[in-house]
Structures are given as C-alpha cells and as structure tokens.
Design a protein around this ligand. Structure first.
Ligand code: F6P
Length: 354
C-alpha cells in the first residue's frame, strides 16, 4: 500500500521524550516519501474532533529537548464508544489518513488496535514514565523521570543528614515499582517498598534502628505509589517505632516533566523511525519494543495479553485460550524474565543499601 498521508498522536499520561518521538516520526515519514503528516492534537480526542495540523520537517525543529508533548495529550472516554470510534474512522477517511502512529501507554494501544480493526492501520510507540508496559524492557520517559527523582531525593538526603531525619518519599508507578526500585538503589535508600513484591515492614524498621545505632544519620525510604495509602502512614509508624523524626514527601507530577535525557531522546528517535518503517512496510497493529537492547516489535494484542498476564489480571479462560493457540509458554517465559529482573534489583537493593 502507498502511504500518502499518516497521522501521529500522543495519548495518556505525557512523558519526556514524546517530542523526540514525534520529530522522528515526521522526519522519517517525509524522508521516506510520505507526502503529508498530520499532527493530531490531544490524542484520540483530537482525532474525533478533527483537531489536527500538517507537520513538516521544520515544524518539529527545536522540540527534541522539550518535555511534555507538542501535540498535547488527553483522555477520551468517547473514543471507547462505537459512535466515537466510527467518528474517528470517518475523520481519517475524510482527511485521507492512511495510517496512524500512536505514542503512549496501554490505553493508547487499545485505541490503536480498535482503529486497526476498523481499517486504519496503526503502530504504537511505548511512552510512559512508569515503564509498566510489559512487552518492552523500556518505555520513553522512564530515564528522565528517574533522574528527576534522584536529583530531588539527593536534596532530601542532605537535609535528612543535617537533622538526623528519615524521609519517606512516594514516587510514581501505579502498576509497576520500576521507578522506585531503580531510584531507591541510585539514592542509597535504606528501604524500598513496591506493590508487586512482598515488603517486611518490621524487618525494614529493624534495619533503620540498626543503622542509626551504627551512626547513620539520613534515612531515605522510597515507596511506589502503587502501594496504595501506605507511604504517608508509614512515615508516622517509622517515627513512632524508631524515635527518628520522619517526614513524608510525595513527588507526584514533577516526575512527568523536564527536558528528556539522552537515553530518552535516542530511544524515542529509534522507536519513531522503527514505527514508520513498519507502517510503510505494510505492517499494522504492532507496538515497537526494546528487548535486550534491540528495537523490535510485537503484535499489540499479544502485548496487551502479556501485560495482563504480568499484572496478574488474566482469567482462567484467557489462559486456556493461550494454551490452545500455543502461545502460553512463550508469554510465560517473557513474564518470568521480567519478574526475575525486578526481583534481582530488589535483592541487590536490600543487600547494599544499609
Ligand atoms: O503516566 C503514568 C502516571 O504518571 C502514573 O504513575 C500515575 O499514577 C498517573 O500517571 C497519574 O495520572 P494523572 O496525570 O491522570 O494524574
């Protein structure tokens, strides 16, 4: 198929590096003979409302270093309805959009798969600071967010050291404690708590008491937000049980902004190019992934299933279906490798953060 016109959009929570991905998509597409690239504003909402503009090589200049997304982002409940979906397809037909590159998280990919099913080929690019898309080892924005956390926690540690205090820091990560695990190691946190791994509170408190007896003055505890309603109350319990003055800090959305790091700019550029190449090659319903350092791709439906499996959301019927189609073993291995990598990080943190 000849792709004359394609669209690019960003959807879901923004992530630093989305602009670098947009730039790469636009420049690769135009360089490879696509006549026009529409930048669709505010994700699927803009598609339904026909809020879009033609982008060119120059209109994506000077965005690679900017956080946020020049195409804006929004959640769009209407897109999940049959009428909303039909409207999106009609807009694509009216504007002559032959395919779409959708940059975002799993909600974005669900939208992409729905559009593909209705005849608009889509390719997804994973971008979310949480690194919680299980089909890929890396999502755009993760590195920048971690560096933001590290910069802020280093500052908190300075003041903890001066006052001999503890600070419980809640970082983002609704379904995945990846930000917490990595930044906990990088900031020398005495303890890290994430939703998906067991946490022994008594053991952690005993460790803090022992470290204080050992003349330690600063105590950083990192908690992932996925461990709901935990961090703030935990700070109070630490103070009660250790006698160490303890503060609570929620870093929240500051983690989503800022200039993307080299890692995010480069990965976004590589993924943007890969997405366009797959589309022009006649492929659709794929998500671009990074696996063991290599940029590759996976069928979106498979990626969404792996995600459900990893997050323990699959029903017995879904498992039976996968077994019948012969893909269960492969998907299980994928999830086990991912879980093992996480557990390894956790164990290392427990061993060296004292
Ligand atoms: O983008 C991921 C994320 O930052 C999560 O870590 C967090 O739970 C959520 O988005 C917050 O979303 P919102 O922007 O709607 O507050």
């Amino acid at each position: 198929m000849q792709f004359k016109r394609i669209g690019v959009l960003t959807s879901g929570g923004d992530a630093p590096g989305m602009n670098a991905a947009i730039r790469s998509v636009v420049r690769t597409a135009i360089g490879r003979g696509v006549e026009e690239v529409y930048g669709i504003y505010s994700g699927y909402k803009g598609l339904i409302e026909e809020d879009m503009e033609l982008l060119n090589i120059r209109s994506v200049s000077n965005i690679i270093s900017h956080g946020g997304t020049m195409l804006y982002s929004a959640r769009c409940p209407e897109f999940k309805t049959e009428e909303g979906m039909q409207r999106a397809v009609d807009v694509c037909k009216k504007r002559g959009i032959d395919g779409i590159i959708a940059i975002g998280g799993d909600g974005t990919f669900r939208g992409a798969t729905d559009l593909t099913r209705r005849g608009i080929p889509c390719i997804g690019i994973p971008a979310t600071i949480d690194n919680d898309i299980s089909s890929t080892d890396y999502t755009i924005g993760f590195d920048t967010a971690m560096n933001t956390v590290v910069e802020l926690v280093d500052k908190l540690r300075d003041t903890c050291e001066s006052h001999a205090r503890c600070n419980v820091v809640e970082v983002m990560g609704k379904y995945a404690g990846d930000i917490a695990l990595h930044t906990g190691i990088a900031t020398g946190a005495i303890s890290i708590a994430v939703r998906e791994l067991p946490y022994d509170e008594d053991q952690a408190i005993a460790k803090i008491i022992k470290a204080r007896e050992n003349k330690k003055r600063n105590f950083i505890v990192i908690v992932a937000e996925g461990k709901e309603n935990f961090a703030e109350a935990y700070a109070k319990r630490i103070e009660e049980k250790t006698g160490i003055e303890t503060r609570f800090s929620r870093l929240a959305h500051v983690q989503r902004g800022g200039n993307p790091t080299v890692r995010d700019r480069v990965t976004a550029s590589l993924m943007g190019k890969a997405a366009v190449m797959e589309l022009l090659d006649g492929k659709s319903n794929l998500v671009i992934c990074e696996r063991k350092g290599v940029i590759t791709s996976m069928d979106i439906n498979k990626a969404l299933k792996i995600d459900r499996m990893f997050k323990d959301l699959m029903t017995p019927e879904e498992y039976a279906e996968l077994e019948a189609e012969g893909s269960l073993v492969d998907m299980r291995r994928h999830c086990e490798e991912r879980a093992a990598a996480k557990l390894n990080l956790y164990r290392i943190s427990q061993e060296i953060c004292k």
